[in-house]
Design a protein around this ligand. Structure first.
Ligand code: AR6
Length: 178
């Protein structure tokens, strides 16, 4: 099975029409800033209600770092939000495996939902402080290593030229022009 087709998009992930939008959430799953805040604002109260329900049932202690879970997308132009928790960047400890796990878990959840298209933000590259070049390299490497079942279309939706350029470099390194 081949890897999904990967595309880069400059803009706001809450405006993207895909089956599944990935949220760079935190373990509490009750909203926050950055992508998380934007997804909850545009998705509306249904998304928060679904997150609260998860906390009250299957995830009483929250969602561990590197894992993923789906909810309704509420009013977003998507079918589902896949919430994942990236690691906070640390200079003392290599947490790359946790960032890769966040992408892998999100793809696994999207496959369970039989999603075809998935949009990812640059998980951990905002509030969680991950340097953008490294975040892009891990994101692109992990998605290209995925053997696609239903998920054949992956879009990285990048907020700002610097993030877009970093993902372009990461993609060029992994997929040299033939
Ligand atoms: N569309 C696409 N990308 C965006 C958007 C958007 N609307 N808004 C921000 N970004 P962050 P994290 C970019 O901080 O680092 C939250 O408070 C942003 O420029 O959203 O994983 C959560 O509740 C950056 O490149 O996520 C957690 O507590 C990238 O998305 C914590 O932040 C990720 O930035 C998670 O931090």
């Amino acid at each position: 099975m081949p890897a999904p087709r990967v595309r880069l998009v400059l803009g706001d992930i809450t405006a993207v029409e895909v089956d599944a939008v990935v949220n760079a959430a935190n373990s509490r799953l009750l909203g926050g800033g950055g992508v998380d805040g934007a997804i909850h604002r545009r998705g509306g109260p249904e998304v928060l209600a679904a997150c609260r329900e998860l906390r009250a049932t299957t995830l009483p202690d929250g969602l561990p770092t590197g894992q993923a879970v789906a909810t309704t997308a509420g009013r977003l132009p998507a079918r589902w939000v896949v919430h994942t928790v990236g690691p906070v960047h640390s200079r003392r400890e290599d947490r790359s495996h946790l960032l890769a796990a966040a992408y892998r878990s999100s793809l696994a959840v999207a496959e369970e939902l039989a999603a075809r298209s998935v949009a990812f933000p640059a998980v951990s590259a905002g509030v969680y402080g991950w340097p953008i070049d490294s975040a892009a390299d891990i994101a692109v490497g992990t998605v290209l290593a995925h053997r696609a079942g239903t998920v054949v279309d992956v879009r990285f939706v990048l907020f700002g030229e610097a993030a877009y350029a970093a993902f372009e470099r990461a993609l060029a390194e992994r997929l040299p022009a033939t």
